[in-house]
Design a protein around this ligand. Structure first.
Ligand code: SAM
Ligand code: DTB
Ligand code: SF4
Length: 332
């Protein structure tokens, strides 16, 4: 027996979590709220247990984002700088194929394994979709995984994307059903489920998550995670965005979320979605290295990598490299 073990009698160590929280296959909001309410250390321990059962605890997957069509969107999402009515993001037409290839090549050289292209549309028109399918094929040919987020899809569009070589489609539920109407009025969550079903049926992997820090309650955060966890099958990738308050948007003055509550949200997502990749998404630029480390401890195993998200900033690649080195994290 080592000296340390001898001086730490087992009898004084309390069992890991005495809290009576059980996780059933179908997640009720109340049981996820109960997880949120656990003592912080118990919640993080549980999340680590689940994380280690299903994933390598020290690897993080990296996706790089590119806005291929910026601003001028017809929708009214309260958080978004790209809504025409919020008018802040500088408008840009659909990028040229060459520009996309240049950006994807650079992202690959920097270590990103997936390239995610976002367009500020309610949904793509047929002629736009054709150009996006060319982009998808070109990025795929570079040897990267491909992801797009183009808004709502009509019948047949997901199949065209699949044929072009699309691996993932990102379409977020964004927030709990009870809060959704306070953030977005131009399309419903049911519309979003329709698109997600089309993506699934076409055999494309689903990237679906939401945003926290918009003034929603803890119960709403739990309800969002319950919705995601009860999707059949659950999304392969779950981005948890912290609101980046964008000037000119209705949510620009939303009160900031307690950082520990954000970590709790990641931990509950990890427990409820054990096999999914949980992505620590928007909001990292405002986070300390220590807070990000807690998010990785809570089960986040994927990030957006590169100095820009769509219109908002993201940590410089060098800062991420340094953080990964300090934490002994490797790239998936
Ligand atoms: N127009 C498409 C759509 O709405 O699905 C794709 C682009 S949209 C910008 C993708 C997602 O980014 C949104 O669903 C939202 O979850 C997230 N997002 C947008 N603005 C954000 C912000 N200011 N802070 C955090 N997340 C944001
Ligand atoms: C997701 O969930 N987050 C990304 C990606 N999917 C497309 C977008 C974050 C956007 C942050 C605000 C901006 O850059 O305008
Ligand atoms: Fe448009 Fe997407 Fe922004 Fe909503 S989140 S305003 S749909 S770009």
């Amino acid at each position: 027996m080592t000296a340390l073990a001898a001086s730490t009698p087992q009898s004084t160590v309390s069992p890991v979590s005495a809290a009576p929280v059980s996780i059933s296959p179908s997640h009720g909001v109340a049981e996820l709220v109960a997880l949120f309410e656990l003592p912080f250390n118990d919640l993080l321990f549980r999340a680590q247990e689940v994380h280690r059962r299903h994933h390598d605890a020290n690897t993080v997957q990296r996706s790089t984002l590119l806005s291929i069509k910026t601003g001028g969107c017809s929708e009214d999402c309260g958080y978004c700088s790209q809504a025409a009515r919020h008018g802040e993001a500088e408008r840009e037409d659909l990028l040229a194929l060459e520009e996309v290839i240049t950006n994807a090549t650079a992202a690959k050289a920097k270590g990103a394994s997936r390239f995610c292209m976002g367009a500020a549309w309610r949904g793509p028109k047929e002629k736009d979709l054709e150009r996006v399918t060319e982009m998808v094929s070109a990025v795929k040919a570079l040897g990267m995984e491909t992801c797009v987020t183009l808004g709502m899809l009509k019948e047949g569009q997901a199949e065209k994307l699949k044929q072009a070589g699309l691996d993932y489609y990102n379409h977020n539920l964004d927030t709990a059903p009870e809060f959704y109407g306070q953030v977005i009025s131009t399309h419903s969550q049911a519309d979003r489920f329709d698109t997600l079903a089309r993506v699934r049926e076409a055999g494309i992997k689903v990237c679906c998550g939401g945003i926290v820090g918009m003034g929603e309650t803890r119960r709403a955060r739990a309800a969002l995670i319950a919705e995601l966890a009860n999707m059949e099958p659950p999304p392969e990738s779950v981005p948890i965005n912290q609101l980046v308050p964008m000037p000119g948007t209705p949510l620009e003055n939303a009160p900031p979320l307690d950082p520990f509550e954000f970590v709790r949200t990641i931990a509950v997502a990890r427990i409820a979605l054990p096999t999914s990749m949980v992505r620590l998404s928007a909001g990292r630029q405002a986070m300390s290295d220590e807070l990000q480390a807690l998010c990785f401890l809570a089960g986040a195993n994927s990030i957006f990598y590169g100095d820009k998200l769509l219109t908002a900033g993201n940590p410089e690649a060098d800062r991420d490299e340094a953080l990964f080195a300090r934490l002994g994290l490797t790239i998936a």
